[in-house]
Ligand binder design. Structure first.
Ligand code: GRF
Length: 217
């Protein structure tokens, strides 16, 4: 099976990008990151890419009059690398339907909640405010609905009585660094797929709506 080509989109620290770089280096993922694209020139993830010898693309959304033109510029830059997979790793722009459709079935996002709960921001505080006993993170395929695409892998964590938004954020973030490389590994191995019929499959079997449940030992 050919080594898959991946383009990672970031806006910030890029710790998930780093987890994927490390999982490629260790041989866990049969793929390579062809480029890292950022819409922020000062994103630390660009430094991580540089250190790993990965080409960096910088496209500032402020240089474009509208989302459509910005997304078109991104598509042109990304497709120059003929990627098999697009990984959104803390990319903080809303994508146009044209962009999303272009990469449908081959674009992942990670979100810090047990989707479909808490789409959008401030997920940790919202879980605490709701009195939830569980929180976590989810890798999903990207569709036109923000944080609404079909779920691939979900990692639940117990909320402790002493938890704050910060402590939860840290535990969830470190769990992201396990399940995001795992999703990329399975995609690159052609084990995890999102078909045109809308089904997410792992090893040829439909996953439940909540995705594969990753339970930490
Ligand atoms: C993560 O919390 C992820 O869930 C969200 O953006 C953040 C990115 O963090 N989509 P990092 O830049 O990978 O450290």
């Amino acid at each position: 099976m050919a080594n898959k080509s991946i383009v990672v989109l970031i806006s910030g620290s890029g710790s998930n990008l780093q987890a994927i770089i490390d999982a490629i280096a260790s041989g866990q993922i049969n793929g390579r990151i062809a480029a890292v694209l950022s819409n922020k020139a000062d994103a630390f993830g660009l430094e991580r890419a540089k250190t790993a010898g990965i080409p960096q693309i910088m496209i500032n959304h402020n240089d474009y009059d509208n989302r459509e033109d910005f997304d078109k510029a991104m598509i042109d830059a990304i497709d120059a690398y003929t990627p098999d997979l697009i990984v959104l790793a803390g990319f903080m722009r809303i994508l146009t339907p044209v962009f999303v459709r272009h990469y449908q079935g081959r674009m992942f996002n990670i979100h810090p909640s047990l989707l479909p709960k808490y789409k959008g921001l401030h997920t940790h505080q919202r879980a605490l405010d709701a009195g939830d006993t569980q929180h976590g993170c989810t890798v999903h395929f990207v569709t036109e609905e923000l944080d609404g695409g079909p779920l691939a892998i979900q990692a639940p964590l117990s909320i402790q009585p002493t938890d704050t938004a910060e402590s939860l954020q840290q535990r969830v973030h470190s769990m992201e660094h396990t399940i995001y490389p795992l999703a990329v590994e399975w995609f690159c191995a052609e084990r995890l797929t999102f078909s045109v019929s809308g089904a997410v499959q792992l090893d040829g079997t439909n996953l439940p709506p909540e995705g594969y449940q990753f339970i930490q030992e």
